[in-house]
Design a protein around this ligand. Structure first.
Ligand SMILES: CC(C)(COP(=O)(O)OP(=O)(O)OC[C@H]1O[C@@H](n2cnc3c(N)ncnc32)[C@H](O)[C@@H]1OP(=O)(O)O)[C@@H](O)C(=O)NCCC(=O)NCCS
Length: 147
């Protein structure tokens, strides 16, 4: 696959169907209401930062996030990468890297001084992906309590 075949662009309303199908392929469940709500949120909050990769008119990867400040004791504006996925048939072609480049440039343009994400160590490969992109383990740790 050549770089030219992959188009990296801002998320659009019309991507809901493709992203729902990609999520079903990744997670094994068809969840149209979840994606309608989730993508609606990102489109309203910050349509420029959330990014998709398109090949032959179909979305094969996406990265969603936004800039926030004042949370978890982090006063400075911080970009958060919250959801990402690349179609397994297209992995290893720098699509994840190119999605991140666009998302990070958008966060920086919105005044973010750093970018953060949370990685579940049980999800193989995601920590390696972020490490390859220059992310380092941080001191902010998630705490959990069952309800
Ligand atoms: C993590 C993920 C986004 C990577 O996408 P990708 O397009 O294959 O990544 P890239 O080709 O851009 O890789 C970028 C760098 O990360 C590294 N990398 C990517 N996946 C890796 C893996 N599984 N193990 C080790 N390194 C990895 C690559 O080697 C590359 O490093 P380099 O540029 O130094 O050579 C993709 O594997 C994925 O979608 N995983 C599942 C995510 C998921 O489950 N989402 C649903 C819940 S949110």
């Amino acid at each position: 696959m050549t770089k030219a075949e992959v188009r990296i662009r801002a998320l659009e309303d019309a991507d809901i169907g493709d992203i729902t199908a990609l999520d079903e392929k990744l997670m094994g469940e068809y969840r149209p209401e979840v994606w309608e709500r989730r993508l609606g949120y990102y489109l309203r909050r910050d349509p420029e930062s959330s990014t998709v990769a398109e090949v032959d008119g179909r979305v094969v990867g996406f990265m969603l996030g936004e800039v926030r400040s004042g949370e978890f004791g982090l006063e400075e504006p911080t970009g958060w990468i919250e959801v990402l996925g690349v179609d397994p048939d297209y992995r290893g072609n720098a699509i994840g890297r190119r999605l991140a480049e666009r998302v990070l440039a958008s966060f920086a343009a919105l005044g973010a001084k750093s970018v953060r994400t949370l990685v579940d160590e049980e999800m193989a490969g995601i920590a390696d992906f972020f490490t390859a992109l220059g992310f380092q383990a941080a001191t902010l740790r998630p705490f959990i309590k069952k309800l």
